[in-house]
Design a protein around this ligand. Structure first.
Ligand SMILES: Nc1nc(=O)c2c([nH]1)NC[C@@H]1CN(c3ccc(C(=O)N[C@@H](CCC(=O)O)C(=O)O)cc3)C=[N+]21
Length: 288
């Protein structure tokens, strides 16, 4: 196992603390602030882990927090009605809808039902479009966490060759857009890409968000590359990332561990997004 002070490990702790300190300061400066509500539909292990950490950190920050668990038999109409109520509830600051949702639920329709000013994950189609215009202030949390960790290396992002492995709407695509906004040259690989290795081997930075344990091996990166592992795979050996960390860290220049890398920063970004939503609600005259 990597030693704690292994310089090749790009840990999330320092980035997380900076972001949380800023959010805590903002929250303390407000006479009052609404609550962040996290909605889960059905039982999903990695969602439970995420929501538990949201609750813990919100409590530390003194940010009011609520979690709602909707049964996997909930109907689309019931979901939309509840989201509409939340949009109109002044005690609620923002809403995050955990993924995945049961197959019978139309996720995009629900994301659209969360008012953009309460959309703390930036996944309402009206919100995610901002990223195309380089407005990345309020972006999907995991994607923003990956970008913050690349920035932590100190590498100049302009012209940086980045390969994003995975093209999900909540991670892969936002990461690609956000890094392009920083001037990087981004290649996005996915399940139809003929050879991922052909692309990843020439990359300065490889970001992996596929959901396949140890998908990325040491032969798939060039020496000194930055490797950002966004995978959270439940396996009989515990939670593994999408990268074979022990083998890849012998070749990489930096590599984010799982746990201890992107995950903790994701939670911090969500808290920051909540404070940004609050500022936007004030700017829009919703709040005084
Ligand atoms: N709309 C939506 N957005 C998400 O961002 C989202 C989601 N749905 N569904 C579930 C996944 C999973 N996810 C995690 C985030 C942080 C940790 C985390 O804090 N991990 C810690 C360890 C956690 C622990 O073991 O306590 C770490 O990696 O160090 C885990 C999982 C976000 N997700």
């Amino acid at each position: 196992m990597a030693k704690d002070n292994d310089p090749r490990l790009l840990r999330g702790a320092a980035v997380r603390q900076r972001i949380l300190d800023e959010a805590a300061q903002y929250i303390a400066s407000q006479s009052s602030i609404g609550k962040l509500v996290s909605i889960s539909i059905g039982e999903v292990a990695e969602v439970a882990v995420y929501v538990r950490n949201q609750a813990r950190v919100a409590h530390q920050l003194k940010l009011p927090f609520d979690q709602e668990f909707w049964g996997s038999d909930v109907t689309q109409e019931e979901c939309k009605a509840r989201l509409q109520e939340m949009n109109d509830d002044p005690s609620i600051l923002g809403v995050i809808l955990q993924r995945p949702v049961p197959d019978h639920i139309n996720l995009r329709s629900l994301q659209s039902a969360i008012h953009p000013l309460k959309d703390v994950e930036g996944m309402n189609p009206a919100s995610i479009g901002n990223i195309i215009y380089n407005d990345v202030a309020l972006a999907p949390c995991t994607a923003a966490a990956a970008v913050e960790l690349i920035r932590e290396t100190g590498l100049n992002m302009e012209g940086l060759e980045v390969v994003m492995v995975g093209h999900s709407e909540i991670v892969g695509k936002p990461v690609a857009m956000m890094l392009m906004a920083e001037g990087a040259t981004v290649t996005v690989c996915h399940h139809m890409t003929r050879s991922v290795a052909m692309h990843s081997r020439r990359a300065d930075v490889v970001v992996v968000a596929v959901g396949k344990a140890h998908l990325l091996g040491p032969d798939m990166i060039k020496p000194g590359a930055v490797v950002i592992d966004i995978g959270i795979n439940q396996t009989p050996d515990g939670i593994l990332g999408d990268v074979d960390t022990e083998a890849v860290k012998e070749v990489a220049g930096w590599i984010t561990p799982v746990p201890g890398g992107v995950g903790p920063v994701t939670v911090a970004i969500l808290m920051r997004n909540a404070t940004i939503a609050h500022q936007r609600q004030i700017a829009s005259g919703w709040l005084t």
